[in-house]
Design a protein around this ligand. Structure first.
Ligand code: NAP
Length: 259
């Protein structure tokens, strides 16, 4: 399918690995020029080289914390007029709410809510003026059903979800869409480290904890980052212009609700 976005410019966060890298690669295959972000310089440069050689598109790596004001400023200097923004970074740590102090909560709110809120604030008026924009926030299935060891994610991501629900309706008439993609269980380093934390808590081996997680998924398997990336690119494409303010759960049927 021609997504109609060749030549557009995108910023993709958390793009040296996992879901963000897969989104970047799928957008590059659709002909989108990329500015990709992660904190570790060597890794983001390696990802840029890989995407360039796979697709031939122009890729600019930026090694910063996307959730900091300084980092966001550097990203927007590299790509001042993005047509597409994928807000993504690492998720908050696992743990028990009894151990989280004010700083732990503030960090989670910054990383899983405010970073995306400020990025949207900085790019959305330019998108409105240019009459095209696609903003995708990678959140989590934790906004549909809480994950016991991820209380920080369960909470902070809902703040972003509420913000997006409002602002998406304000900007829709300008051909700017804002949607959240909710990954279920995708086989990435983040998923493996959460599985290690669960195994420890439940006194299981890693393999047992991984099998237990998989057994709860209707599809009987974890998702692949490539599947996720293709959906992200579709949501950024012209055929998805009438989808906005949505929370798209991509979880192989794990969530048991009818809606
Ligand atoms: P991942 O494999 O650990 O990759 C995370 C990427 O983000 C890396 O490139 C990492 O590189 C970068 N990153 C982390 N913090 C950053 C920051 N502050 N600024 C810029 N880049 C940053 O994680 P993933 O599985 O793709 O997960 C992506 C998001 O989806 C996370 O928020 C995660 O919680 C959420 N999620 C994932 C799943 C799943 O099944 N995988 C399920 C639900 C939700 P550096 O460390 O070098 O910065």
């Amino acid at each position: 399918m021609d997504l109609g976005i060749a030549g557009r410019k995108a910023i993709v966060g958390g793009a040296s690995a996992g879901l963000g890298k897969a989104c970047a690669l799928s957008l590059a295959r659709a002909g989108v020029e990329l500015t990709i972000v992660a904190r570790t310089q060597a890794n983001i440069e390696a990802a840029a080289a890989e995407i360039r050689s796979a697709t031939g598109v122009r890729v600019t790596p930026v090694a910063v914390d996307i959730n900091s004001d300084e980092g966001r400023a550097e990203i927007l200097t590299a790509c001042p007029e993005p047509d597409i923004v994928v807000n993504n970074s690492g998720g908050p740590p696992t743990g028990n709410f009894r151990d989280w102090d004010r700083k732990a909560w503030a960090d989670a709110l910054n990383g899983s809510m405010l970073g995306a809120v400020f990025m949207i604030k900085d790019v959305v008026d330019g998108m409105i003026a240019r009459k095209f924009g696609r903003i995708v926030n990678i959140t989590s299935h934790s906004v549909k059903a809480p994950i016991p060891i991820l209380g920080l994610s369960n909470s902070a991501r809902l703040g972003l979800t509420g913000f997006v629900a409002g602002v998406a309706r304000e900007v829709a008439k300008h051909n700017v869409t804002i949607n959240n993609l909710l990954p279920g269980e995708f086989d990435t380093e983040r998923h493996r480290s959460n599985t290690r934390a669960m195994a420890k808590l439940q006194n299981k081996t890693y393999e047992e904890a991984r099998a237990a997680r998989m057994s709860q998924i209707a599809a009987g398997r974890f998702g692949t980052p490539e599947e996720f990336g293709e959906i992200c690119a579709f949501i950024c494409g012209l055929p998805a212009a009438y989808i906005t303010g949505q929370n798209l759960l991509i979880d192989g049927g794990k969530y048991p609700g009818t809606f």
